[in-house]
Design a protein around this ligand. Structure first.
Ligand code: ATP
Length: 601
């Protein structure tokens, strides 16, 4: 291990050709954080003050439930004052206030769960972050990406998919390093990490902490992370230790023997051959009554021996501005980058694409065979033929809608987590994300319904007066499919749980089918509920298709289905309403996504 250690220690994270980050000390004063629970208010942080120094790795330690993640989230300005939670105190960078927005100008946050797109390679992940978060031309950005891959020792897996539940990919340690590299690529002055070693073997955990140490030491950056149970090797690397018990500090200051000496000064001596971290955890955890009885002693000794020292360190910490490294990429560039990535994701899900192609062909053939060659008005027809034609027009528009809605419901919620993380890192905002995704997602919603229309239209024997009839039919079913996409976005952004979105959204839209004017005449709905029909995309699609089909150059059916069904809108009015529903769905999902974004902050 010691040989390995020597090999790992000289990691230089960023070459000098990239801008050197400015030193930032994070200080916080008298932080009190209270949440409302069903049993009344619960104070998670009880007036803590402290400092996380630049050029050092600052480890927040404590047993489970001590408040480590809470403190980290507070320092990252991810906790806001709401009616259910109250945050008091000052959080400062170089003695200046910062908020959630300015945080990303000098700092980055790596969450405990690695939220990455599974069909992107490691290199593509870094490239995406470099394109949107760093300065320079394409060559400089490529250099930065290659440098980061080398620094993080990810050369071997740089072209491997990140992977996930459905795609095989890189290992847990590589995944964690990819998550860290994703944020480090913009060379933030401060990096905050929640449990960067959780779930990793001891060597991988050690390599990650030594990499962070190099990042702190080489460029005078501030590294702050929470850690649960560090090994002895990792423990020895901590420069600054912040130890929490029940939302209060019991130690703060230099790591290593300084911590051990502090506790032994009031009778808690670490046995000679024990790992100090293990020993300290054993006297901290709250499950033993002996420990909880000792808590007042820990607090007392902290107040007696360390509190005033920390207060003076806070007062003498770095002053002045913190870096404002805002990289302004244009909206068009952000849209382009998101769209290009979306194309890749789409192309790398060939099963989904093939399934949709197969579905489009099979459904069209199936419908075509069932409703094969319905007699035209000039041929011998019966009332049944008219009913059949109405049925196929209605069913066709519904199937195109559902064929788009379902895949969208599958993919949108899972990608939402990635969006929230990237938006929080200020890679882009909601608008370019929406537009970039939409531009790409809309392509299958055009191609597949068109294929289905080409197959089914002629088999059924729909209106062949002129080519315009077919193209209008295809246009309406494509539009209906795009509305399905819009509703999919709406469901995907409204529900925080993907499974819930998939289960609930199709059920919620079912009733709208009843108001399409097919199962019941549009004029026959009771007035108290009839208004729902105006919200139904199925009504407008059916209306447009019926008008297109039953306006013949020559004689039409008798009775005329347009009159029989009481579908009053002209075909272009119906198209406009359909487009309006799509617009409304997109605007609402945009608002939902913006609200979710705010909630995360
Ligand atoms: N919104 C909340 N409402 C009620 N209790 C909460 C809330 N958030 C956190 N807690 C509680 O506050 C305490 C501290 O939580 P926190 O996640 O900060 O602990 P931690 O030290 O990071 O623990 P772990 O190592 O297990 O992640 C825990 O007891 C947790 O259950």
């Amino acid at each position: 291990m010691s040989q390995i250690k020597r090999k790992l220690s000289p990691i230089i994270l960023l070459e000098n050709q990239f801008e050197i980050a400015k030193k930032v000390d994070i200080t916080f004063k008298d932080i009190k954080y209270t949440v409302k629970t069903s049993k009344g208010p619960k104070q998670l942080l009880k007036g803590v003050s402290g400092i996380c120094k630049s050029g050092k790795i600052n480890a927040i330690l404590g047993s489970s439930g001590a408040g480590k993640t809470t403190l980290l989230n507070v320092l990252c300005q991810r906790v806001a004052n709401t009616k259910n939670q109250n945050l008091e105190g000052q959080i400062l960078a170089n003695s200046q206030h910062y908020n959630n927005h300015t945080f990303s100008n000098f700092a980055a946050y790596v969450m405990q769960d690695d939220v990455l797109l599974e069909t992107m390679t490691v290199k593509e992940c870094f490239q995406f972050a470099a394109n949107l978060k760093t300065k320079g031309n394409a060559e400089e950005k490529n250099q930065r990406v290659d440098q980061m891959i080398r620094n993080l020792k990810l050369e071997k897996c740089q072209n491997t998919f990140v992977g996930g539940l459905f795609v095989k990919g890189i290992s847990g340690g590589e995944r964690k390093r990819t998550s860290i590299g994703y944020e480090l690529i913009s060379n933030p002055s401060c990096i905050f990490l929640d449990e960067p070693t959780s779930g990793l073997d001891s060597f991988t955990a050690y390599s990650i902490i030594s990499l962070l140490k190099a990042y702190a030491v080489e460029n005078n950056n501030t590294v702050v992370f929470t850690i649960h149970q560090p090994s002895g090797d990792i423990w020895n690397m901590f420069d600054n230790v912040l130890m929490l018990v029940n939302g209060q500090f019991i130690y703060q200051g230099k790591g290593g023997m300084n911590v051990v000496n502090h506790f032994s000064s009031f009778g808690f001596t670490c046995p000679i051959h024990s790992n100090p971290a293990d020993y300290l955890m054993s006297i901290m955890h709250g499950e033993s009554e002996v420990n909880t009885n000792n808590y007042p002693k820990y607090y007392e000794q902290y107040n007696l021996q360390l509190k005033s020292k920390i207060s003076s360190e806070i007062e003498t910490s770095q002053k002045g501005d913190f870096p404002h490294r805002v990289i302004h990429t244009s909206l068009a560039y952000q849209i382009q980058q998101i769209a290009l990535r979306q194309v890749r994701i789409l192309k790398r899900n060939p099963i989904l694409l093939r399934a949709r192609l197969g579905q489009s062909i099979v459904i069209a053939l199936f419908i075509g065979l069932i409703y094969f060659d319905i007699p035209k008005p000039t041929e011998h027809y019966t009332i049944r033929d008219i009913t059949d034609k109405n049925g196929v027009l209605f069913f066709f528009s519904i199937s195109m809608f559902m064929m788009t809605l379902n895949p969208c419901m599958l993919t949108f919620p899972s990608q939402k987590q990635v969006f929230l993380r990237e938006e929080n890192s200020k890679l882009y905002s909601v608008f370019p994300y929406f537009v970039g995704r939409l531009i790409v997602d809309i392509i299958p919603s055009i191609v597949f319904p068109f294929i289905s229309s080409c197959i089914a239209y002629w088999m059924i024997g729909l209106n062949n007066d002129n080519a315009g009839k077919f193209f209008f039919f295809a246009f309406v079913v494509i539009l209906q499919s795009i509305v399905g996409l819009g509703i999919g976005y709406l469901g995907g952004s409204a529900f925080s749980d993907a499974k819930l979105a998939i289960a609930v959204t199709p059920l919620m839209i079912m009733p709208f089918m009843l108001f399409a004017g097919f199962y019941k005449n549009a004029k026959d709905y009771a007035s108290w509920i009839g208004w729902i029909q105006y919200l139904s995309p199925f009504k407008y699609a059916f209306n447009a298709l019926v008008h297109n089909e039953y306006t013949y150059d020559g004689p039409t059916y008798n009775p005329n289905p347009i009159v029989l069904l009481d579908l009053d809108l002209s075909k272009w009015e119906a198209v406009a309403c359909l487009a309006g529903i799509f617009g409304i769905a997109i605007i609402i999902s945009f608002i939902f996504l913006s609200l979710v974004k705010k909630k995360v902050q």
